[in-house]
Design a binder for this molecule. Sequence first.
Ligand code: ADP
Ligand code: MG
Length: 324
Amino acid sequence: MDEFELIRQYFSDLGQDSSGCVELGVGDDCAIVSPPPGQQLVFSIDTLVEGTHFLPDTPAQQIATRLLGATLSDLAAMGARPGFFTLALTLPESDPEWLAAFAEPLAKMAERHGVRLVGGDTTKGPLTLTVQVHGWVEYGRALRRDGACPGDAVYVTGTLGDSRAGLETLLQNIPHSEDVAYLQRRFFAPEPRLSTAQLLTGQASAAIDISDGLLADLQHVLSASHVGACIELEELPLSPALRRFAGEDKAVEWACSGGEDFEVCFTLPPDHEEAVLDSLVHHDVPVWKVGEIRAELGLFVRDAAGERPVTARGFNHFSEHAES
Ligand code: ADP
Ligand code: MG
């Protein structure tokens, strides 16, 4: 199959144009998009490299959902509505079985979240996949990292640490069980918190998606906002499956610095808390208060043993102390 046949067969009609903004998609030199009136364009790009971001021989389905899920999570973190995306594929070979296994879940996820694939690039080489997503947010209403203020509450969506546990089950080849399946799903198929975060625009003072671990990512909010924070370790939302697999101490450690949760951490001024919690009563994703923003700089954690400062240990590709 040559490059053009490959694009035509798998990538020319993928996803859904939920905002009706795509004038011209895959097939020409460029795509054409008309922004909805009054909206700002927000976009983000993510790359997965075999051997660096996923283990060799990871099934194509899992790469697809992780790639688009992680990228859409960045849109969620801004409170944006998804619009369209582009896809750059570097493939060692043109393998129809692999391509079908990759394109099908990608299409399903893109449809579910209302993003249309409008273009990309296809090249031969070591397996590397890049997605750039584009979305819309009402002018001036994006959730940024730089708005947290002393006295704001720190919230997170969903549960934390599951994804890190899912990775561990793969590394250790843990036999299949319901818990293992759940944890691996959390690792391979992150659910971007788009609708939850859209409810926070105009309410939350800052937001970030948790890709490197709660502490590392919250640290970015603190730096951008010139504030500090304290996290209550006993308030961190842990799933029953994580608790059973990892035990309490490891579960808390992974919830703090496990990485790839793709939940959203956001800060809420006290006078917006009630309205936001009301708007989330019938929402399917729970949110949890896990700490507080302070004027005093630095990040602290507190549990029964008392309060102590932490150094955020995030994933850093170019650090000598990189964890993975
Ligand atoms: P050009 O040579 O003009 O850059 P290409 O041959 O790279 O164009 O691509 C032809 C068309 O197919 C373009 O519209 C491009 O956006 C699209 N395309 C290429 N690769 C992909 C892909 N992996 N996914 C979606 N669209 C793609
Ligand atoms: Mg061209």
